[in-house]
Design a protein around this ligand. Structure first.
Ligand code: AMP
Ligand code: MG
Length: 492
């Protein structure tokens, strides 16, 4: 008796069915010698896919773009975008394809997408390829973010293609498979809105509402409610970035999702010494996407989304603008609510008190003035609360300033109940481990030379960021001074 092979993925194509005009059907370029480098077994299980089958040759062929699952239509998605403030009318997936959508074990629709799978009609001057290092970077930072509880796209796998990719030097090529709530971007709306086809923006907005903000369909004005939904998830997302010191690095409107997930791990990195002006990206000369600018930039991007929705919000432009402006204007308050709630948790404060704002601001001012490592600084607070201040004090060049602050803070916490319980709760929100730049670089350099051991070790550390483990001190420490000033690159 023969058993029919189970298809790896049962892929749906709602995007293709419903959004004609926003994609080009396309096939991946073949990978000459596909080899699996890393597979996300936990995510595979969530998708209801057998990890062993994915790791077998037939599975790797799909993850490399060499084989297309039966019944699916891969497409390159069209989008536009404001990049560093300037408008590019036609970006789109230049080196990526949407394979289709998987309904995961929770019944959620998730995009399965390949990145680095060859040139598409949107490739412009690019080669359509990706290198092992940057794709593993997206994998590990995405997993670190997920483990920190931050909404994010995630990598399912990275496959080496066996092909060289010409960058500054010849690098080993790779394809990343990415899972996302969807790949709808602010830039998707910008593209649709300039097509001269009002029905297209409406179709896109209806699709986005059904997929991400279903409550909006019940609202008096569904499109205004969609805008409000996106404003809210982005306010929450950027607050979460700020709370862990994450700098996205290239917050162009094509890199901002409608779902509220973090997307496109290019020049991103975690800040070490606390300084709102921190920038890592080598092309961000003006500091547009500096750590401290992320909230206003998010709001600026959301204004670009709002513009595309105006004709749907009201036939009268003045009425539409007034309504959209109101919603956009709620961003700073929403952001601040999410952020201060998170900050209070980092400081062990569960209920809201008048003096909390000053305690938070004063601590941040101290961290900044003394260039204290943001992650270590917050992590050390739980010990300080339980009477061992040495760890925190050692991070300050002038610990007396910290002592004075800590005295006020301890007095404030006396109303929070059992301090051991408070300290434990703090350790669940202040990570011991973040993706340290020198550790990431070390792991990627080794992986580019075919040694995946440092990468896998780093991944094991980062998937349990709150669980401090003996022997891993070197992963918790900031970069040594000889690592120098960190620079990241977009040309991935
Ligand atoms: P990113 O900086 O990754 O967000 O990409 C911005 C735009 O450039 C998107 O339209 C990408 O598809 C495109 N792009 C980036 N790298 C390449 C490449 N090597 N080949 C083709 N298109 C690319
Ligand atoms: Mg992008």
């Amino acid at each position: 008796m023969s058993v029919a092979a189970q298809p790896l993925f049962a892929l749906d194509n709602s995007y293709v069915r419903e959004l004609d005009g926003l994609y080009e059907a396309w096939q991946a370029a073949p990978a000459p010698a596909a080899r699996l480098l890393v597979l996300n077994e936990e995510l595979a299980a969530e998708l209801g896919v057998d990890a062993d089958a994915l790791a077998a040759p037939d599975g790797v062929a799909v993850l490399a773009g060499n084989d297309t699952p039966e019944g699916t239509t891969p497409v390159a998605q069209a989008y536009a975008g404001h990049q560093f403030g300037g408008y590019s009318p036609r970006l789109g997936d230049g080196r990526a394809l949407l394979l289709g959508e998987v309904l995961d074990v929770h019944g959620r629709r998730r995009d399965l997408h390949l990145k680095g799978s060859g040139r598409t009609p949107f490739a412009r001057g690019g080669d359509g390829k990706a290198a092992v290092g940057p794709m593993l970077r997206e994998y590990v930072i995405g997993e670190a973010m997920h483990a920190l509880g931050i909404p994010t796209t995630r990598a399912l796998a990275v496959v080496a293609t066996g092909e060289g990719v010409a960058r500054e030097t010849l690098l080993p090529g790779a394809v990343l498979s990415r899972v996302a709530a969807s790949h709808l971007r602010v830039g998707t709306f910008e593209y649709a809105a300039r097509r001269d086809d009002p029905a297209l923006v409406r179709r896109l907005a209806d699709y986005a509402i059904a997929r991400h903000h279903p409550g909006a369909s019940e609202a008096e004005d569904p499109y205004l409610a969609l805008l409000e939904g996106v404003v809210d998830v982005q306010a929450s997302l950027v607050a979460r970035w700020m709370l862990v010191g994450f700098i996205h690095g290239v917050m162009n409107t094509d890199n901002m999702t409608i779902s509220g997930e973090t997307i496109d791990y290019g020049p991103c990195a975690f800040m070490e010494a606390f300084d709102p002006a921190t920038v890592f990206s080598s092309i961000d000369h003006g500091g547009r996407y500096a750590y401290g600018n992320q909230p206003p930039i998010a709001q600026w991007n959301l204004a670009r989304l709002a513009e595309t929705l105006l004709p749907l919000i009201d036939a009268d432009t003045d009425t539409a603008v007034a309504a959209a402006t109101d919603v956009l204007g709620s961003f700073p308050d929403r952001f601040h609510r999410y952020w201060s709630h998170g900050m209070r948790a980092k400081l062990g404060m569960t209920h809201d008190r008048e003096e909390d704002g000053a305690l938070i601001d004063d601590l941040l001012a101290l961290l900044r003035a003394q260039r204290v490592d943001y992650t270590s600084g917050f992590r050390a607070l739980s010990s300080a609360l339980l009477g061992d201040a040495a760890r925190a004090r050692s991070l300050f060049a002038e610990p007396s300033a910290f002592d004075a602050w800590a005295e006020r803070w301890r007095a404030r916490l006396s109303s929070e109940g059992d301090l051991k319980t408070v300290a434990e709760a703090m350790d669940r929100v202040n990570p011991a481990y973040i993706a340290r730049n020198h550790r990431v670089e070390e792991a990627l350099a080794a992986a580019t030379g075919d040694d995946l051991e440092p990468f896998n070790r780093l991944l094991q550390v980062l998937v349990r960021p709150f669980d401090e483990r003996p022997g891993l001190e070197a992963y918790a420490a900031p970069a040594p001074p000889d690592f120098g000033e960190y620079r990241t690159f977009c040309g991935t």
